[in-house]
Design a protein around this ligand. Structure first.
Ligand SMILES: *[C@@H]1O[C@H](CO)[C@@H](O)[C@H](O)[C@H]1NC(C)=O
Ligand SMILES: *[C@@H]1O[C@H](CO)[C@@H](O)[C@H](O)[C@H]1NC(C)=O
Ligand SMILES: *[C@@H]1O[C@H](CO)[C@@H](O)[C@H](O)[C@H]1NC(C)=O
Ligand SMILES: *[C@@H]1O[C@H](CO)[C@@H](O)[C@H](O)[C@H]1NC(C)=O
Ligand SMILES: *[C@@H]1O[C@H](CO)[C@@H](O)[C@H](O)[C@H]1NC(C)=O
Ligand SMILES: *[C@@H]1O[C@H](CO)[C@@H](O)[C@H](O)[C@H]1NC(C)=O
Length: 711
């Protein structure tokens, strides 16, 4: 196999060529996967949203019987820090010190003498459910079983959710749509039941739990004493302010015609909107500040139609509709629904949380090691602006914290945290403190941007833009690796946790994937300095050239070498506690291009490792990005059918509306599955550096538009 040097390939191809006009009938394909339901799902809503705001609906088109959430990038809350001696100031937190090859190093891990503060720092701030908007029926005990012929369809091409049902013989029709340009949802209801006030809309407000996972619903409705709501009626509308401790925001309502809002009902935060007409048109606009204007329902609908059509036209696209293979149909379905769902849930101003805006996982915080999986697919599918909503500023926002963490630990440069909230501080936790694979992500993002750039941005501009972040990242990476005097190599850890998070941190040294990723990161950083006509710091070169070689392991002398999780892991392939979780060593070929420096990657060992995984790995306990990563590894090894098989593995499941099922390990939805799936499809469609072009299984009649090679 031949590998082009990164740069010349970059100039030759560019990661995403502009799609050619309309060879593929995109509208027909997209609409053929419109989700259709006749009952609410217990686990997932149908959503309308814009990446920073999303509204999850049950089968009524609102949040009537299943109180799915209304969530945002900006809606967060903190419980008051309990009064505890020595623990009532976040600044007092002291974490733990662990011996780290010859010295004591501070780690951001909960410490036994500050349990309250340690927990508080993990649990706060947490994301909130902004409001519940549902129907109120004449019978307050009505359930979904009282509806006749419920039916709903989400039109992916326009972002409009249409729902209909009958209640006591009367038709109710509902249209729900979110504004791409503001955090507003617009609702149109048509029914004779509206006229006499029998059918109304109900607004309710919940209080945050202290649960790490708040799913499928978010918040409590029985802690009404802990928060306040106030109604201010106005002309053709009203505002409800919601105050929870220091968090305060409003829902501004605008309606057409003769409607009236009242409430709250005693002891609740429930408000009821009724009208005397057959049609109710309502926009609910959310924000900390009162909006200057609330868009009309018509305007929201027009925005949505226009935005989504443009989204489907601008992006890269793959047409598998002519492939005679059931698997291809499912891949097409997942790709279309995943694109919709990541645009609604993950295209936010901050990196997304794993469950997007559907519900809360890990308190609604985001995880910087997962950001790569969430982010890169936007670039690969030609939706760069959606990635730039967060990527354009997140690393500079985090930089002061990352510099301070490295300094506190006695390293130079910037050490990126893991579990992070809108205050950009890193939540205490053993896994959080021990992971290192988020560290070279800026190099991956930067390299992808450099190759995919087009239009105005010159190479010099991209290099300049990333320089500070890459320099601090590489400085840390060079100072984190330590010279093992007995081997003469630079080692990583112990202590650390590899991407798989299931090893003994104090025994984990030189994990395969992290070693390869360290080399990748330093290679990029060094090359970028050279491209700028600057000299790379000698420490970067010394560490890169002195990095420990990738470890190998074998079951016995007849089975051949493989890449283990880390150097010296006992019983690599024969202990079922090891052959589970993320098979991260396959990322050295699945996720990373072959190394630019050091010894060439031994492809036979990569292949033998892939075969061992097929044989020994407990894939039923794998989740999320494992399957796409294995697929990408298979693909580079020349096994396209194997790649497709991984993408369709029974444990890697997506529901009827495309939501990625969490499986045995994490709650539903787990959006890294969606984005990593799209990454793998982009690689099937556009190939990779040195092997550009489609790599679908033989005999697949496909059309692709707008893909370039991945790294
Ligand atoms: C690692 O070592 C530190 C310091 O000796 C100890 O406190 C900690 O419990 C160990 N961690 C694990 C996961 O064994
Ligand atoms: C409040 O509601 C939650 C879930 O809805 C329930 O688990 C909890 O027990 C309730 N608490 C009180 C005080 O009623
Ligand atoms: C609410 O409380 C008031 C005063 O206690 C009472 O008169 C009224 O009937 C109550 N309303 C409801 C709906 O319970
Ligand atoms: C240094 O490397 C050697 C060879 O890989 C290894 O056996 C040894 O444990 C390492 N030293 C430390 C302190 O980890
Ligand atoms: C080596 O390991 C393989 C896989 O466990 C086993 O099938 C084989 O019998 C072993 N060979 C020897 C010589 O032990
Ligand atoms: C490993 O195998 C043992 C014995 O079959 C079983 O009890 C244990 O649950 C397994 N552990 C895992 C992590 O699968």
């Amino acid at each position: 196999m031949k590998f082009l040097p990164l740069l010349s390939a970059a100039l030759a191809t560019g990661a995403a060529a502009a799609p050619k006009e309309g060879r593929i009938d995109r509208q027909r394909i997209v609409r053929s996967f419109n989700p259709h339901r006749t009952a609410s799902s217990d686990e997932t809503p149908l959503q309308v949203g814009n990446g920073n705001f999303a509204f999850g609906a049950d089968v009524t088109g609102l949040q009537t019987f299943r109180r799915f959430a209304t969530m945002s990038t900006w809606g967060w809350h903190s419980h008051a820090l309990p009064e505890e001696e020595g623990q009532n100031d976040p600044e007092d937190f002291h974490g733990v010190e662990w011996p780290t090859h010859g010295r004591d190093v501070f780690y951001n891990i909960p410490n036994a003498d500050q349990p309250v503060l340690s927990n508080w720092l993990r649990e706060n701030p947490h994301r909130i459910n902004l409001a519940t908007i549902g129907f109120s029926f004449p019978d307050p005990d009505a359930t979904e079983a009282d509806l006749a012929s419920p039916s709903q369809t989400l039109d992916l091409w326009t972002g409009v959710l249409t729902s209909s049902f009958q209640y006591e013989g009367a038709d109710v029709r509902v249209e729900t749509v979110a504004d791409p340009a503001s955090d507003a949802v617009a609702v149109t209801v048509k029914s004779s039941l509206l006229e006499d006030g029998a059918l109304g809309l109900l607004f309710d407000f919940s209080y945050p739990t202290k649960d790490k996972f708040d799913a499928p619903f978010v918040g409590l409705y029985n802690r009404t004493d802990l928060h306040e709501t106030t109604l201010t009626p106005g002309e053709g509308g009203a505002e409800i302010r919601h105050v929870l401790g220091e968090t305060e925001y409003g829902v501004s309502l605008r309606w057409d015609g003769d409607a009236e809002i009242s409430g709250p009902e005693n002891g609740t935060h429930r408000y009821r909107l009724t009208t005397t007409e057959k049609t109710l048109r309502l926009t609910a606009s959310f924000g900390k500040e009162r909006p200057c204007g609330i868009p009309s329902v018509e305007k929201v609908r027009k925005h949505s139609e226009k935005w989504w059509e443009q989204f489907w036209k601008d992006g890269a696209f793959v047409d598998l509709s002519k492939v005679e293979d059931e698997g291809a149909k499912e891949i097409q379905r997942r790709a279309i629904l995943s694109l919709y769902l990541i645009a609604v849930n993950s295209a936010s101003d901050l990196p997304p949380q794993e469950s997007g805006l559907v519900n809360n996982g890990w308190y609604g915080k985001f995880h910087m090691e997962m950001y790569l999986w969430h982010g890169i697919p936007f670039a690969l599918w030609n939706h760069r602006p959606l990635l730039d909503r967060s990527l354009s500023h997140i690393y500079t926002d985090l930089l002061p914290h990352a510099l301070a963490l490295a300094e506190r630990q006695g390293y130079t440069g910037a050490r990126w945290g893991k579990m992070t909230g809108p205050d950009f501080s890193d939540a205490p936790g053993e896994i959080n403190a021990m992971l290192i694979w988020q560290q070279p992500h800026p190099m991956y993002f930067a390299e992808t941007e450099l190759r995919g750039r087009r239009g105005a941005a010159s190479e010099a501009e991209v290099l300049e833009k990333w320089d500070e972040v890459l320099t601090h990242s590489a400085d840390f990476m060079a100072s984190y690796a330590w010279l093992n005097e007995s081997s003469g190599f630079y080692d990583l850890g112990a202590p650390l946790l590899p991407a798989s998070e299931n090893t003994d941190a104090n025994a984990t040294r030189n994990p395969t994937f992290e070693l390869a990723y360290w080399r990748f990161g330093l290679d990029v950083a060094i090359r970028w300095k050279t491209l700028q006509g600057l000299e790379a710091p000698s420490a970067w070169l010394e560490v890169r050239d002195g990095l420990a070689p990738l470890p190998t392991a074998e079951i016995n002398s007849t089975t051949g070498p493989t890449f283990p999780i880390y150097e010296g892991v006992p019983n690599m392939w024969t202990d079922n506690a090891t052959t589970m979780d993320h098979p991260a060593m396959t990322g050295i070929y699945g996720l990373l291009p072959p190394p630019l420096s050091g010894p060439p990657l031994d492809i036979d060992t990569v292949r033998n490792t892939a075969e061992h995984i097929k044989e020994y790995w407990d894939l039923d306990q794998s989740f999320g990005w494992d399957f796409p990563m294995l697929a990408m590894n298979s693909l580079r090894l020349g096994d396209a059918q194997g790649a497709v098989d991984y993408l369709l593995h029974p444990t890697f499941a997506f529901d009827d509306a495309g939501y990625p099922i969490g499986g045995t390990r994490v709650p539903t939805p787990y959006f890294p599955s969606s984005s990593s799936f799209l990454w793998a499809v982009a690689m099937l469609a556009g190939g990779w550096e040195g092997a550009e072009g489609s790599h679908f299984p033989e005999g697949w009649k496909t059309m692709v538009e707008g893909f370039g090679p991945v790294l």
